[in-house]
Design a protein around this ligand. Structure first.
Ligand code: B12
Ligand code: SF4
Ligand code: SF4
Length: 317
């Protein structure tokens, strides 16, 4: 197979896996790096946020991947997940947004590996700024809420990137683009309760985003109204309000429930090694293993919101 056929087959393999993808030349990573690192030690970006989230990208790709080799960026649909916790004889149904599960990354990685290895090439997962890469590759466009959108997919997908020594035949690198619908729309501004999306600049005020607060440990600051919390981790408000997502066929997957005993163990901050293996397995399956340290706090705030304060909708019995 020549390189042209191989590249075409790679795109069909991605498509058959139910994903979308684009390839760019690895040389552009220096532009991505400059774009992110310009925020270091500036007032534009909160430096606590920079240190926690933006300082760990992996710019050092293997030498044999250099020159005109490639980066593949993929997007694979994910649904939100509903998970239930039994507590005080009530069943609390909570949401985990799309993107917390690594299942889709693992699946597309193994498919790409088999394909490229068979053709004599190698592949390695890359830790890169995925939104910027997806938009620069032409795979996605930015939404005003700062997440990215793909036609007919909306924003409910997980992005993943891979280095490969496959030569880059068709370099898709381009300028960043905003989704046209955003020009006349303000739904995400209205839906975001914290002011993280603001009119004075495009870049998210990440330090104000509920996700930044609920993915990391610590007391929630006083300016956060406890009623704003809407997911076990993360937040879905600016995506659920978005008209670009209303066309997407998107159902919540309902899976896994935590018994009264398991809920209590989590609330009591029992460390992972002392939890029953079956509970750890559930957390793993949900992509929440690494968030065990924040679950007691997040769960408690949602119990207070839904069971103590309101006693409504999601109380099943
Ligand atoms: C750090 C991070 C966060 C931080 C900061 C978010 C942010 N906006 O940067 C926090 C914790 C707040 C967060 C929250 C969320 N995240 Co997050 N997060 C990341 C992470 C690790 C890096 C993102 C990043 O590079 N930020 C740095 C900033 C500088 O990059 P940027 O936002 O692309 O900024 C560029 C644009 O603003 C552009 N720009 C500037 N001016 C202008 C003007 C115009 C007109 C245009 C078009 C562009 C433009 O230039 C900037 C670069 O210089 C990625 C995973 C990864 N490895 O990439 C996931 C990721 C971005 N998160 C994701 C998701 C889904 C979320 C949440 C919805 C949480 C959830 N799952 O419930 C929220 C959404 C918050 C929001 N509205 O953006 C998904 C997004 C999928 C998608 N469809 O795009 C990712 C890609 C994870 C994944 N593997 O799929 N996240
Ligand atoms: S809600 Fe409106 S402005 Fe916000 S991302 Fe969606 S289309 Fe764009
Ligand atoms: S994820 Fe929630 S808090 Fe963060 S920008 Fe969107 S609506 Fe605002």
């Amino acid at each position: 197979m020549d390189l042209e056929q191989l590249t075409a087959s790679l795109y069909s393999v991605i498509c058959q896996a139910g994903s979308r993808g684009k390839i760019v030349a690895i040389k552009h990573l220096s532009e991505l790096q400059l774009d992110i690192e310009r925020y270091q030690n500036t007032e534009i970006v909160d430096q606590d946020f920079y240190d926690k989230e933006l300082s760990g990208f992996d710019w050092e790709y293997p030498e044999e991947f250099s020159d005109e080799r490639s980066v593949i960026i993929t997007a694979t649909e994910q649904s939100k997940t509903q998970v239930s916790f039994e507590f005080d004889r009530h069943k609390l149904l909570l949401t985990i947004p799309p993107t917390y599960s690594y299942e889709t990354d693992n699946k597309i990685e193994s498919i790409l590996k088999v394909f490229l290895n068979t053709a004599g090439y190698t592949l390695r997962k890359a830790k890169l700024p995925l939104k910027l890469l997806s938009v620069r590759s032409g795979l996605a466009k930015y939404g005003r809420n700062n997440v990215t959108y793909i036609e007919k997919m909306g924003s409910y997908y997980r992005l993943a990137a891979f280095y490969t020594n496959l030569p880059c035949l068709e370099d898709n690198w381009q300028e960043v683009e905003l989704n046209k619908t955003c020009i006349k729309c303000k739904e995400c501004f209205k839906a975001c309760p914290t002011g993280a999306i603001s009119s004075e600049r495009f870049l998210l005020h990440a330090e104000k985003c509920l996700t930044f607060k609920n993915e990391f440990p610590g007391k929630f600051p006083d300016w956060i109204d406890p009623k704003w919390h809407n997911c076990l981790v993360g937040c879905l408000l600016c995506q659920e309000a978005c008209p670009l997502n209303s066309i997407v066929k998107y159902r919540a997957e309902e899976r896994l429930s935590f018994s009264e005993e398991e809920s209590r163990l989590i609330l009591k901050k029992i460390p992972k090694k002392k939890l029953p293996q079956s509970t750890v397995n559930k957390l793993k399956e949900l992509g929440l293993e690494e968030y065990l340290n924040v679950l007691p706090r997040n769960l408690e705030v949602l119990i207070n919101k839904y069971l103590v304060d309101e006693l409504k909708d999601n109380v099943i019995y």
